[in-house]
Unconditional design. Structure first.
Length: 271
């Protein structure tokens, strides 16, 4: 059985702890600031550093190297150099959101993608979780992570704007969520270019100007950015070969079970 120790009792660390435990990986504690971080690599196969990106190098350097132990991080934008001075290193970044440990654990073992690099032990963990591995070249880590942030964080921020604008018309966000979900479904089915609809796609500038006059001035920057992106995408329709539909895929649902027993949690690191 693979043994793992996690550093960082935040959303990412606890999500990984629950998910890995549920698929038969032995998690020997989730460590925080007040725990014995220097000894974290002793007696386990892998140490997973699940702390914010700015603390990864600091935490990794505080762990005494053990020749047989892999030290890995789950930071999307960082390369393996952040894990010096350890000899066996890896990265394991989940391409899912982890809003809390229970939901996060279910998503980690729900058939999603993981960006992996370094020691092959992280590939074994991905397989155990029922996931799919992505290989990202070191020079493209920041680019990959930027795409992940646009797909998730920026999408949530955009829906925050929907909520504010809709509220000005006396309508709840809930009424617009099926519209947003339908657009995502269309992208998954036919790709962004074919899925695009609306006034920017049609070149209906009068409607767009009507929107701009109606909006609170504080919303114009976000709205204008969205129009610019939509018009850029609409222009790609003249170049169909450059924008192929996304391949369809089925997500494996392996029923990630709740981990049994209490997890040792201390300190205040979070991710």
């Amino acid at each position: 059985m693979t043994t793992v120790r996690i550093i960082g009792p935040g959303r990412a660390g606890l999500s990984f702890a629950k998910a890995l435990t549920s698929v038969g990986v032995e998690v020997q504690g989730v460590l925080g600031r007040s725990d014995d971080i220097p000894a974290a690599a002793e007696g386990v196969d892998l140490v997973l550093v699940a702390v914010p990106d700015r603390h990864v190098a600091e935490v990794a350097s505080a762990v005494r190297p053990v020749a047989s132990t892999v030290v890995a991080h789950c930071a999307g934008a960082l390369g393996l150099e952040a894990l010096a001075p350890h000899r066996k290193t890896a990265s394991l970044h989940p391409l899912v959101t982890l809003p809390d440990p229970i939901v996060g654990a279910g998503r980690l073992c729900g058939g999603g993608y993981f960006a992996v690099a370094g020691d092959g032990l992280v590939l074994e963990l991905v397989r155990s979780l029922g996931g799919r591995a992505l290989s990202v070249a070191p020079e493209f880590r920041a680019t990959y992570h930027a795409a992940a942030c646009v797909a998730s964080n920026h999408l949530v921020a955009l829906l925050g704007q929907v909520q504010r604008v809709a509220a000005a018309a006396g309508i709840e966000l809930e009424a617009f969520l099926p519209l947003a979900q339908g657009a995502l479904d269309d992208v998954a089915r036919m790709g962004p270019v074919a899925a695009l609809t609306g006034p920017a796609a049609r070149g209906d500038l009068d409607t767009i100007e009507g929107h701009r006059r109606a909006l609170d001035v504080r919303e114009l920057t976000g709205y204008d950015a969205g129009v610019a992106l939509a018009r850029r995408l609409a222009g790609a329709r003249a170049r169909p070969r450059e924008h192929q539909a996304l391949p369809s895929s089925k997500t494996a649902d392996i029923g990630c079970a709740e981990a049994e027993g209490a997890l040792a949690v201390a300190g205040s690191w979070s991710l």
